[in-house]
Write a protein that binds this ligand. Sequence first.
Ligand SMILES: [Ca+2]
Ligand SMILES: [Ca+2]
Ligand SMILES: [Ca+2]
Ligand SMILES: [Ca+2]
Length: 362
Amino acid sequence: MGQRLPSRPLSLSGYCIGCFVAFMALVGCAQYNATPGVYGLALLANSGARCSAPTRASSLSATTTNTTVTAQFSTGACPATSSIVRRSTTGFPATVSSGTLVSSTLTGFSDSGLTAGTVYYYSIFLSDSSGVTSSAANLSAIPGKTVVAPAQVANGSIVIDGSDSDSAWSASPQFSFSYAEAYGESAGADNPSGYVRLAYDSQYFYFFIKSNDKYVHVDGSVCCGQGQWTDDGVEVFFDMGFERATSPDANDFHLIFTPGSPAFNWYGKGPGAWGAWTPTVNSGILINGTLNNETDTDTSWSMEVAIPLSDLGVSSISSGQSIGFTFWLNEDDTVGHAAQHWYPYTTGTSSSNPSTWGVAQF
Ligand SMILES: [Ca+2]
Ligand SMILES: [Ca+2]
Ligand SMILES: [Ca+2]
Ligand SMILES: [Ca+2]
């Protein structure tokens, strides 16, 4: 405690009272902790913060390939010197000795040799120099199918205008897709590419997509048993409970958006076949090109969407939460009803099978 004494003269009574209070605080917490010596060291090392263990890891984010999960996280006010990461495919490891150990640094890990489409559950424990560990921070990742929204943004900080230039979007990684993921694509076609990103505040879930597209086409021509998926657009799927059922359940939702004017949007929810659902969705569109004019070459369309959390059946999203999520890009270049290409988020995704979807990690 010596280094905390004031350098200037202090009255005897004031000094003794301060010392007594600090001593009693230490004794009280030491009794609370099983390892009082460790507690005392942590207290002194942390400029007055009362640390019985390292702060739990926060600001988790992850990127995936089809075989790897690479994650980052932050330490907090109570210091840590290393991390212990445990992995399982059946649920979050409960302790520092359960599951499989993953090599890690203080602020991240890269896990390789994984299987695409499998859910990997990670528990991240921060450890101090004495081996005292934090409570677990949890991260779910699906190789090739993980989209991250790292932190809640301030209400009103995302303006729904079709552009992700809002500063609030800057913390959300871009999940890129390419024509190589297309179903039915062939060499020499227009090969769209682009990215999506996710965000949330206390009221809304936000989705953004940009699709580079030579011909932006939405004519709303629905016939022949076809639907809104026959125009340019995107389909978004949520499994709010992350149950990954083999058919949609009651907390699963399906939204189709088209960048037309007017847009030809459609919404459905489980259980079973996608049934009637009328969420209060706000969407904004930007087209860099000319809509439904194939005599010129367009550049892109982008869409920004806000969906009330209440319409998704939840009151809030919390940091560390996982939600089943996937999207498909629909690509149409011509007048008529047939979409030319169809871009599953990753190979093997089925619209009616949430167990094949990816994960949105918050
Ligand atoms: Ca915006
Ligand atoms: Ca198009
Ligand atoms: Ca579900
Ligand atoms: Ca055009």
